[in-house]
Design a protein around this ligand. Sequence first.
Ligand SMILES: Nc1nc2c(ncn2[C@@H]2O[C@H](COP(=O)(O)OP(=O)(O)OP(=O)(O)O)[C@@H](O)[C@H]2O)c(=O)[nH]1
Length: 411
Amino acid sequence: MRNILVIEDSPLVLKILEHLFRQETDLEPIFCASLAEAEVMLETSASLFFAAIVDLHLPDAPDGESVDLVMRYHLPCIVLSGSYNEQRRDELLMKGVVDYVLKESQHSYEYAFRLLHRLDHNSQIKILIADDSAAQRHYIRHILEPHHYQIIEASDGKETLRQLNEHPDLDLLVLDHAMPGVSGFELVKLLRQKLRLNDLIIVGVSADPKGSLSAQFIKHGADDFLRKPFCPEELNCRVMSTLERRDLLRALKKAAQFDALTGLNNRRAFYEQGLQMLQQAQRDKRQVSVAMLDLDHFKQINDGFGHASGDSALVVFARAMGNAFPDMLLGRLGGEEFALLTLHGADHVAQALDKLRQQCAGLHYAVGAPPLSFSAGLYQGEPEDLESLLHEADIRLYRAKQQGRARTVLI
Ligand SMILES: Nc1nc2c(ncn2[C@@H]2O[C@H](COP(=O)(O)OP(=O)(O)OP(=O)(O)O)[C@@H](O)[C@H]2O)c(=O)[nH]1
């Protein structure tokens, strides 16, 4: 839970904020209606707070004194203001507030909450600022720092490449075009062709007046582009939206690859990775082993102990399978049916399946429920066609069920 200090006196705004905080499970607001109240709160409990949302005009602080108070305690500060004043906004942003949000619509309040959520993740985000001008690097750092990112700098193309090698977990590159040595534009091409395709977000930056440059950057793989001079909010908005877009894509990819209940590969991902494994085995002239596993009398668990207990049986079984076969390709093909594919020989897999069977008997998944048991069909053969290999394993699984379940059939 993150405590958020809210310094605000307007009953209407408080009502809106209370409503929005009620929808948050991990943010807890603590409200102060005046500067005096906030001073006492921070004096006694500043370390409890993660960030602050601050009204610019309070009866005992008519001129933004509440912002200075919060900044003195080095708390990330989101300013809420009823009126827009460009000079005031610039002053506040240069002072290091996270953002200046107008109290004009539901959308702006929601934006403030997006900022709070991002702040929570930003300390894990690594940004590289690549620009040959020290002043420009300093300016960008100053804009990004209040958002709590980890920031690294590079002053030319070569150093940028060195930093990228040194920090393979970099999330975002703010890349100036006109750098000595390798230009920003050349770097984008190089990074997208040679290093990695999607993981690194690239935001191009240039003072070049040519309109086509931004399009060229983006066509060659940059995620966004900013023309200098840009205002602090513009950079922050673009960094935030590219990060959000990447997180969304990652979540989508995860949902498309993994079974939501057990976390194992789903059927599609199992087939995709299985095909790659078969191609590798063909190149290495090796056989593969494939097994199909199916929980025994699973319907009785659902019928006798409820669907939730059935689900929990699937979860504990999948976890045990993951522990038993850490270096093999595993998947949930559907229902209570699982599969594995490996370069290990069938004897090795058969032994591991027996061990898993013993462990399953001791797994707890519902009060009073019978021990978990599974049948398996196992086949070793040439890495030709995944469908046929699975079919062979399935025939053997059928035999295992016929022969009384709780066993592995290899022949
Ligand atoms: N709880 C739960 N049940 C599921 C899920 N997917 C499939 N099932 C149930 O799994 C059961 C499978 O039953 P059957 O195909 O008759 O197999 P079984 O009872 O295990 O019998 P044998 O395989 O012959 O030992 C059905 O009742 C399905 O409704 C799931 O995601 N969660």
